[in-house]
Ligand binder design. Sequence first.
Ligand code: SF4
Length: 392
Amino acid sequence: MREPIGLYIHIPFCTAKCGYCDFNSYAGHEHMIPEYGDVLLREASLWRAAARGRRIDPVFFGGGTPSLNPPEEMRKILEGLRATFDVAPDAEVALEANPGSITTEYLRALRDAGFNRISIGVQSFDDEELVALDRIHSGDDAREAFAAAREAGFDNVNLDLIYGLPEQPLEAWKRNLEEALRLGPEHLSMYALTIEDGTALARDVARGRVTPPDPDAQADHYEWTCERMAGAGREHYEISNWARPGHRCRHNLVYWQNREYLGLGAGAHSYFDGVRFSNVLLPNRYVELVGESLAEGGERRSMRHVVAGETVTPETAMADTMILGLRLLDGVSLAAFRARHGRAVDDVYGAVLDEFVANGIIERTATHVRLTPRGLLLSNEVFARLLPEPVV
Ligand code: SF4
């Protein structure tokens, strides 16, 4: 049997748009929620034949804020997906949720519907930092959301945190992480704040209203985080992700292991049958175009809601395996690379890897190549060098 594929469901609705966010998410569109769920299932039906014979694991509802959907809506979508695809009985079925949008009762209903992992967008426990990030919840909302998840029976909980905010002292970041560790989630995703083009934060920085984050301070925060998490006995398994043993995020592992996934919903990305493609961004257009795709007979060639796609060349596939795989602290398996691509890692990347090894950024073991602790801080430089040469 071929390996399972991941299923990503994009729910693009948010109560308000956070200043730093460049995700495909929209405030003020909640009226679309019931219709959008129906259209998601229609889109799923378009992929039923292509996905026949493939197990689905994991299933991940991301956003946006999936937890804005009422529980009966989430149940409807999940049951529809199970009726359409061969979802593994023990699949990880996860959702992203924002503090302030979830209660114990809501989460119990999701547990009953089959969700078994929740990722809570805490970002910070400090109310002033949350205001600076335009988050609409408080630190107390975050604590209550975690307690609600536990009361509802979720025993696989991730917390998202952001460090390296403008002028954030290391001590302030330490307080956030210590508070997260006291709660004791199974998984922590911690990312440095980045300024993304087109966001309100980018405009504020450009106008001098906000000081941009200091990369040196972010590096200090990161190094302290790595040490603290090791002391807390958590596996540092990806550049920005830590887990208790047995709780690595199956959804993100699909990406990092360069495996196949189908993305459903507005702006969702897919990697399936050797092609990377993405759906139209705007929820209204997505709804219209899925209708047109169905009217055209649902052939893959005539999927109107799929607006961009590229067949992955052997060179790009190898680069993807390297760039995504080096995000994992285990690194890239030499044997798996050869089995998948028919070439040895060193045949393709030997010269550039030698250079990074000499600089202490990459290390070779008998079975893998991987980033060193210094390389974790310089990963983007490594990834840029591994990209295939542009075709001119
Ligand atoms: S809640 Fe998440 S997806 Fe929505 S605007 Fe804020 S950061 Fe973006």
